[in-house]
Design a protein around this ligand. Sequence first.
Ligand code: TYD
Ligand code: MG
Length: 475
Amino acid sequence: MAKSQSVFVCQSCGAVHARWQGRCEACGAWNTIVEEAQESPQSVSPSARARGKGPGLAFQALDGVAQAPPRLATGIGEFDRVCGGGLVEASAILVGGDPGIGKSTLLLQAVAGAATRGIKSVYVSGEEAIAQIQDRARRMGIEKAPVQLAAETRLETILEALKHEKPQLAIIDSIQTVWTDTLTAAPGTVAQVRACAHELVRHAKKAGTAIILVGHVTKDGQIAGPRVVEHLVDAVLQFEGERGHHFRILRGLKNRFGPTDEIGVFEMGDAGLREVTNPSQLFLDNRGHARPGSVVFAGIEGTRPVLVEIQALASPTAFGAPRRAVVGWDTTRLAMILAVLETRCGLAFGGRDVYLNVAGGLKISEPAADLAVAAALVSALFDQALPEDCVVFGEIALSGDVRPVSRADARLKEAEKLGFTQAFLPRAASSNTTATTSSQGRRLVAGQSGVKHRVIATAADLVTTITGQEYPETP
Ligand code: TYD
Ligand code: MG
């Protein structure tokens, strides 16, 4: 039998090394490797061996009669929707986010909402004292909700309490503060977080409780250390937002019981988080007259269409290599769009610093934003504003062709709802229009929604549409 010895575990990715080193070979992080005592493998007991002999496993057909799992609704619509229509019994959810972003606030509101609706709920905090939480609840006006509070970090004590109380919903805030006696590693290390999360998830499955674990996020955006926890839980939700902005986005990254990429939008105020049911209005807030470099993108976030403003600036480079700075979009994708505009349309961005910003702090990952970004760049370069009442969407291929994107109708409907009257969009997206387009696709045609379609077939087509010239000289 192997004798018990030390192993060296990377606190960032969980990779195990035989000896200490300055840099983790698995994830490339520096100074993240910590020595941990290795537990000797448990020898298999004779009874377990005996159990392994018979047919202990009964197989089932795929089309069983299992019903949809019952849902525990917290009454906070945006939260329930991201969960896929409420929390599921006997499931575990990880809610991640930067420190101070509002995770505790959100979950306190959710647990209060659930308790008010008759769901037996407990809230275990390892970070704040009871008085602090009570004070916050009072400020948010939810102190009357029948939530059971506790401040505890020892896993065994928490599990005992959960077994005794048998709640339907339990919040553990946060998983990084919980520690178990059975390990010598310090709280917050990968070994502790993994072991505690594993035990809590097991309890959730066994007792039928819905457990929400709160997790902190490291600088590089990963849920601290334990990527391993992401595999253990049924759903991973990310709570994000920009510091300077008052609104927050809850994003589904993984969900075994519902759609992923769903977002819930909240606004942080004096009395906690307020749901934002019409995010487009929020992201387009304070948008004045149409300005060069500003374009409204009709996007889809999860199941919902959302309109966001994309802003670009192309200023002459003062010295050295031109800068490319991006907020809310992918830097590589920007480089790609610039390359297409330079190669396929003959534009020159070489002497320009390019800045791209998604207004309001939203992060966009859809390729459908390509055309809107290109439009913002061209508009900024030529100092030509797009029409004020116009939305843009479409994916751009390296060939310069504009490709159709999913759910064009939903995007157009949202645009119409908010008073937009025309759209720059790819060809196929307007196949259900009542009139055909000219060969260049530049004529306005009326679609089924009240929004006029302006079909953009290629990147060069976009440049011509914005500048009014076939092959304009870069100013
Ligand atoms: P918190 O929920 O403690 O963050 P986390 O648990 O993610 O670390 O949120 C703390 C921040 O939220 C803090 O900076 C203050 C702000 N806040 C408000 O602006 N209004 C409120 O009503 C509450 C409760 C918090
Ligand atoms: Mg907190």
